[in-house]
Design a protein around this ligand. Structure first.
Ligand code: IDP
Ligand code: MG
Length: 155
């Protein structure tokens, strides 16, 4: 299973306010992605300066950071086959109105910045975001009986 990857998801304040945490987590579970890290994170201005550095020259940068600090966010590390691109596929495009039907953003949201969820956009970003948001002891390695059915070995 050489293409097993880890990726980071953040459930944004709108997901918490709208009681969609369980619904969103359920979509990842149904896909077969394994939750290997899960916690509340209180984002700070400093952390968001780094996390959204690629948007620092945008007019919405300050309000985006404010939005992300409204409540704690739920940080999740998911593991699966090609998890980085699979999770991006499941969440859909940044603008929910351009996202494909069936994706989380298309099905449950309508606008930016409140598009419910963040997910790492490349393997390199995922590695950086795991370090940014999680300590080593918060990432778990464990076997599930379903692993061999979902990841496809020894069924
Ligand atoms: P992504 O979340 O799909 O990776 P990015 O371009 O990295 O998209 O943008 C990060 C987040 O910034 C988006 O998810 C959204 O919450 C917010 N954002 C992006 N574009 C806009 C905009 O035009 N206005 C307000 N917020 C935006
Ligand atoms: Mg992004």
């Amino acid at each position: 299973m050489s293409d097993l990857q880890k990726t980071v998801v953040l459930l944004k304040p709108d997901a918490l306010q709208r009681d969609l945490l369980g619904e969103i987590i359920n979509r990842f579970e149904r896909k077969g992605l394994k939750i290997v890290g899960l916690k509340f994170i209180r984002l700070t201005d400093e952390l968001l300066d780094i996390h959204y550095a690629h948007l620092s020259d945008k007019p919405f940068f300050e309000s985006l950071k404010k939005f992300m600090m409204q409540t704690p966010v739920v940080g999740i590390v998911l593991e699966g086959l090609e998890a980085v691109s699979e999770v991006r596929k499941i969440i859909g495009s940044t603008n929910p109105r351009q996202a494909d039907a069936g994706t989380i953003r298309a099905d449950f949201s309508m606008n930016v910045p409140s598009n419910l969820i963040h997910a790492s956009d490349s393997e390199e970003t995922a590695q950086n975001e795991i370090k940014r948001f999680f300590s080593n002891h918060e990432i778990f390695s464990y076997e599930k009986i379903s692993d061999r059915y979902i990841f496809g070995e020894g069924v």
